[in-house]
Design a protein around this ligand. Structure first.
Ligand code: RP5
Length: 165
């Protein structure tokens, strides 16, 4: 499958079963106007295809990866082993409530870092925002979009209304 045009972020999940939660990362990037390429690729089920996709992303100008997986979640670590670009990890909920996923990602041995988000929906949202923040270092349009996102978020909090009892 051909890559999305000029992607800046590569987003990869170990299974399509991750998408209902992981789609929040993609939604944030959509909101901020950041192009990405998304794939279902597994570190243990499709390792060769995963490696090939990472190379394609690097050649296409991707600057940061986001990887979501659950259980013995080695996907982000494997991606990080194959690129020097930053790789953000999103632990998916699992039979152990995602604690296994979180520890698999965050407890990488020293040498191959995997910055890891919180488990599930919040982590998925924050991965999209963190990827955008990395891009914003060199992309004024993404920086402006992030600033606007923060303003809109603050406005929503400040206009909160209590429900009637
Ligand atoms: C991981 O195993 C995937 O990232 C997913 O979170 C989990 C379960 O995968 P499926 O059995 O739903 O395909 O590799």
């Amino acid at each position: 499958m051909a890559l999305t045009n000029s992607p800046k972020v590569g987003i990869v999940m170990g299974s399509i079963s991750d998408w209902p939660v992981f789609k929040r990362s993609a939604a944030i990037l959509d909101d901020l106007g950041v192009a990405y390429d998304k794939r279902v690729l597994s570190a243990h089920r499709t390792p060769k295809e995963l490696e090939a996709w990472i190379s394609e992303c690097e050649e296409a100008g991707v600057q940061v990866f986001i990887a979501a997986a659950g259980g013995a979640a080695h996907l982000a670590g494997v991606v990080a082993s194959l690129t020097i670009l930053p790789v953000l990890a999103v632990p998916m909920e699992s039979n152990l409530q995602g604690l296994d996923s979180l520890l698999s990602m965050v407890q990488m041995p020293g040498g191959i870092p995997v910055p890891t988000m919180g488990i599930g929906k919040a982590g998925s949202t924050n991965a999209g925002l963190s990827a955008a923040a990395i891009l914003a270092l060199n992309d004024p349009a993404v920086r402006d979009a992030l600033i606007q996102f923060r303003k809109d978020q603050a406005s929503k909090v400040l206009s909160s209304e209590f429900p009637e009892d």
